[in-house]
Design a protein around this ligand. Structure first.
Ligand code: GLU
Length: 491
């Protein structure tokens, strides 16, 4: 049997972290078994469609390295892969169910349904359709369908139980008495999620349906639909809930935001994949680092846990730092160049100087946690003067002592001026700056922040000695003179 899995997002906005995990696990299962992974767009809720979502979905998947074998952009024999283009299939299934007595047209008006709900609430009865239109005869139904608006409802079995055999959660039994006759086809001829899913997972020969825990309560609907249509359901795997650090369901506030926002905020796809992989799955009891290549070989549903997973942003930050430090230097240089292109001020000429990027790259590795920090750390290397800064910072970094700030700058000017152009190297510069300790009677770490501000416009950054070397004699001295002028001005 070929394993066939799918990711079936609704294009109602950019995919979020919690949702994309289903894509990663579905993809990994297919890849680990030499199977097929399908992308299907569930665009049946026309009111909630967001135009840009399909692009955002594909972009999110591509960014993470999740490729699909069938779906938008690649096609496939089971297409089209947009549910809105498959309406006849759902209508046919609905008709089959009506003819077999397992579904019926419901002509109830929105007003009647509102009254029914209000009465249920008042009587403290569970909500749900009361089954009024179930009793309409087939003949009458046919006739009324010619002139009245209707939806199609599924006639749930009312006796007994429906059992979900879930690969993660085991067996779960649902009382049929608690189910109601849900809508499968809306008045606009579009299916609801329930019918669309059952028809398409069957048509697309899905073997494993992997989805979030929030769908468990819908499982009896789907199971009964499969039974009534005489189709075999796929194996189900419901992934555990993701909790925020507050141990409540992950929300926008606690991290469940757009995948592409994580990219914008400077996270690497390697870190994101690693992070998502362990939200509900583990390789063994020890492994905390995994690459996408390993994941696609080693993933198995057996090691998905039922217990909720906790989303820990610190963990993601840690992984991001790890992958920044571990990636091959060529790729690191590419990443830096990319973020410089994107984030440096427009005044910096493009393309950004490749020699400079390769010189700075090793220095940035240990200093960058997120890629958004790259451009701010590099900016000082481009202008003649340092990026604008508040002159008060020079004094603040001298422990609030204006006199010390002036002495630091004057001494640095004196010492660096003595370093000739042909000896303007990192090591010479280090020696020169260290000699300032005696002169100032102060430890290096106490006064270098003042020099950082003067040279870079910020109190920390890539190491000072390297920075001075990269800036060159003329610019480095000029920036000290400018700082001196700022201090004079503040007197
Ligand atoms: N369209 C559903 C969603 O966006 C798909 C759920 C499923 O995977 O069955 O969550």
């Amino acid at each position: 049997m070929t394993v066939r899995t799918r990711y079936a997002p609704s294009p109602t906005g950019d995919p979020h972290i919690g949702n994309i995990r289903s894509a990663l696990f579905s993809w990994a299962l297919a890849r680990a078994n030499g199977g097929v992974f399908i992308l299907r767009i569930e665009d049946t809720d026309q009111k909630r469609l967001v135009e840009s979502s399909v692009d955002a979905i594909m972009e999110s998947l591509r960014w993470l390295g999740i490729d699909w074998d069938e779906g938008p952009g690649v096609g496939g024999v089971h297409g089209p892969y947009f549910q809105s283009q498959r309406l006849p299939l759902y209508q046919k299934a609905a008709l089959t169910l009506i003819e077999g007595g397992r579904a019926y047209r419901c002509f109830c008006t929105p007003e009647r349904l509102d009254q029914m709900r209000a009465a249920q609430v008042a009587a403290k009865r569970p909500p749900g359709y009361d089954g009024l239109c179930r009793e309409i005869s087939a003949g009458e139904s046919e006739v009324r369908a010619g002139s009245e608006a209707f939806v199609v409802r599924f006639a749930m079995r009312r006796e007994g139980t429906t059992v979900l055999d879930d690969l993660v959660r085991g067996s779960i039994t649902f009382e049929n008495a608690l189910q109601d006759d849900f809508v499968i086809l809306k008045s606009d001829g579009f299916p609801t999620y329930h019918l669309g899913l059952v028809v398409d997972d069957t048509e697309m020969e899905i073997t494993h349906a992997i989805r979030g825990d929030e769908w468990i309560s819908s499982a009896p609907k789907h199971i009964q639909l499969y039974e009534s249509l005489g189709w075999k359901p796929p194996l189900w795997a419901h992934l555990p809930l993701i909790l925020g650090p507050d141990h409540k369901k992950l929300s926008k506030r606690t991290g469940d935001t757009s995948v592409l926002d994580y990219r914008r905020n400077g996270y690497l796809p390697e870190a994101m994949v690693n992070f998502l992989a362990f939200l509900g799955w583990s390789l063994d009891d020890r492994t905390s680092l995994i690459t996408i290549e390993d994941l696609k070989e080693q993933f198995s549903l057996e090691r998905v846990v039922a217990n909720p997973a906790v989303f820990d942003i610190e963990r993601l930050n840690h992984l991001n730092g790890h992958y920044i430090r571990e990636m091959p230097s060529e790729r690191w240089q590419q990443v830096i160049a990319e973020w410089c292109e994107k984030d440096l001020p427009a005044s910096v000429p493009r393309p950004v100087d490749a020699d400079l990027v390769s010189a700075v790259a090793p220095l940035l590795r240990e200093r960058v946690g997120r890629l958004t920090e790259v451009a701010p750390l590099m900016e000082f290397l481009f202008g003649f003067e340092a990026p604008d800064y508040d002159a008060a910072l020079l004094e603040e970094k001298a422990g609030g002592d204006p006199e010390l700030a002036r002495r630091v700058i004057d001494t640095a000017l004196l010492k660096l001026d003595r370093v000739p152009r042909d000896q303007w190297t990192r090591d010479e510069l280090e020696a020169a700056i260290r000699r300032m300790e005696d002169e100032l009677g102060t430890k290096l770490r106490k006064f270098v922040p003042v020099l950082y501000v003067a040279e870079m416009g910020r109190p920390q950054g890539i190491p000072l000695f390297d920075s001075l070397a990269l800036l060159g004699r003329e610019r480095a001295l000029q920036r000290l003179r400018t700082a001196r002028a700022h201090l004079e001005h503040r007197r």
